[in-house]
Design a protein. Structure first.
Length: 186
């Protein structure tokens, strides 16, 4: 019985998996100034991520936080590059690192698209630049300013929790009650 409760807790507490550069929080309001975290994963076990370039919206004031072990180059026009100072600072396979940027006041728009380039030690560059829909293979980070809620990734994760975790939790509680009643009847 405890194993079922453990599974339910793991489902509820698990963060939604994302295989692309993402932004946290992913919802804000036009006119706000917000500290954003850009989470950069490395899914390649054989090559570290040594560079990250973010294309912030032009004309929107940005303050880039220093990132330990990385050199920050603000190129102008919203283009910001982070370069690992050493192999130890680079993002190893299966790991993530968070890069912080304060952005705002945010524009009067439905969303802000932040495209990113991820450079690996072997020279490969992955372009996280698509912003046309949920089925994009290389999606850009999207900050929702529409007031309609979280992005598709967050909404899907919440739906999965509601559809799977809550019924499992109900079964676990029911099983516990039945077991407790049987013990009392013995």
């Amino acid at each position: 019985m405890r194993w079922l409760l453990g599974i339910v807790l793991a489902l509820v507490l698990a963060a939604p998996a994302s295989a692309h550069v993402s932004v946290l929080p992913d919802v804000a309001r036009p006119g706000d100034t917000v500290e954003l975290t850009f989470r950069v994963p490395n899914e390649r076990p054989n090559s570290s991520t040594t560079g990250v370039e973010l294309f912030l919206p032009a004309g929107v004031p940005a303050k880039v936080a220093p990132h330990e072990g990385w050199t920050v180059d603000e190129k102008g026009g919203g283009d910001v590059a982070f370069t690992a100072d050493s192999a130890d600072a680079a993002i190893a396979g299966g790991r993530t690192q968070d890069f912080k940027v304060t952005l705002g006041p945010l524009p009067q728009a439905d969303r802000v698209v932040v495209k990113a380039l991820q450079t690996y030690a072997d020279g490969q560059v992955i372009r996280w630049i698509q912003d046309t829909g949920d089925d994009d293979e290389r999606p850009a980070a999207i900050l929702d300013l529409s007031g309609k809620g979280s992005s598709a990734d967050g909404g899907s994760a919440a739906l999965i929790i509601v559809v799977i975790a809550i019924p499992l939790l109900a079964l676990a509680v029911l099983g516990w009650l039945v077991t407790r009643r049987r013990r009392r009847d013995i």
